[in-house]
Design a protein around this ligand. Structure first.
Ligand SMILES: Nc1ncnc2c1ncn2[C@@H]1O[C@H](COP(=O)(O)OP(=O)(O)OP(=O)(O)O)[C@@H](O)[C@H]1O
Length: 272
């Protein structure tokens, strides 16, 4: 039982700066795990190693028992700096990604997939624009559509809702949970996607978002030599109802505990 995604004593050094040291984490298939921690602690560094965009200096990362060797279609990535192709339209950015991964689909089906996900993130009406002609939040939504449309087993999301207004943010969080749960209303997507839950590793600065979405929350210590500080089980039953979650005692206690971890136990002043 090696776990689905396994990070074993992963370290990352940039020159003489040891950003992350001996970071170990085991994520099971179907789990949603959030990484939280202070700005600059190394959350994106960890995520980009899992994405295969950078290599650990030492340690191992395995996905389904295989050591990672660069990026792959098994991982859908939304990174702030892993941007859209500027010369393609919003639509083409999503379509091309679907096309490169789902070679077996007909052109018509690929177009349907691109359309479905652009509608989910509400970018369908902007599909003919290029990334340079849309806002930061719209770019983020397009990147999310692109990551989802390739139907990866593992979704790696770095602050995917960071640039969005509160309403769009909550809508997309719910859409993400639907996609995680393969709860598509659309028969076409259900047939194409199967019923297996996705695995999601998510970086966020938003404690409420982390609690609402996650099964477990990994609180990172501050850098240099950042690592896993504490892993907090969320334990709220699913499906989660946003209003009821907010009133739940577990939610209130969890939020207080996470705030304590971030402000006191792993507060910035400790390492200043
Ligand atoms: N390519 C790089 N070269 C040198 N240092 C880097 C590089 N990438 C990250 N770092 C350093 O590693 C540390 C961790 O950065 P990282 O971006 O992973 O933090 P983060 O927790 O994601 O921050 P934020 O929440 O602000 O996005 C920082 O001190 C950063 O300056």
């Amino acid at each position: 039982m090696g776990g689905y995604l396994l990070l074993s004593e992963v370290s990352k050094r940039f020159g003489s700066y040891v950003a992350v040291e001996k970071f170990s984490l085991r994520v099971e298939q179907g789990e949603v795990v959030s990484l939280i921690g202070h700005s600059g602690c190394g959350k994106s560094t960890v995520l980009s190693m899992v994405a295969g965009l950078s290599r650990p200096t030492s340690g191992r990362i395995t996905l389904e028992g295989r050591e990672l060797d660069g990026p792959g279609p098994d991982r859908g990535v939304v990174f702030q700096n892993y941007s859209l192709l500027p010369w393609l339209t919003v639509y083409q950015n999503v379509y091309e990604a679907v096309d490169s991964v789902h070679r077996d689909l007909t052109a018509e089906d690929k177009a349907r997939v691109a359309e479905k996900f652009l509608r989910i993130v509400r970018m369908w009406e902007h599909r003919y624009k290029r990334p340079g002609e849309v806002s930061g939040g719209m770019k983020q939504r397009t990147a999310l559509a692109r990551a989802l449309a390739i139907n990866p087993k593992l979704l790696l999301l770095d602050e995917p809702f960071g640039a969005l207004d509160a309403l769009t943010r909550t809508t997309l969080q719910d859409q993400l949970l639907n996609i995680w749960n393969a709860a598509f209303e659309d028969a076409f997507l259900r047939a194409l996607w199967g019923e297996e839950q996705k695995t999601i590793l998510l970086v966020t600065h938003d404690i409420d978002e982390a609690i609402y979405l996650s099964d477990r929350i990994v609180v990172m210590t501050n850098g240099p030599r950042a690592t896993v500080g504490e892993v907090v089980e969320v334990g709220l039953e699913r499906p989660r109802d946003r209003k009821r979650v907010l009133e739940h005692r577990t939610y209130v206690e969890l939020k207080e505990y996470l705030l304590y971890l971030l402000t006191e136990k792993y507060g910035r002043q400790e390492v200043a």
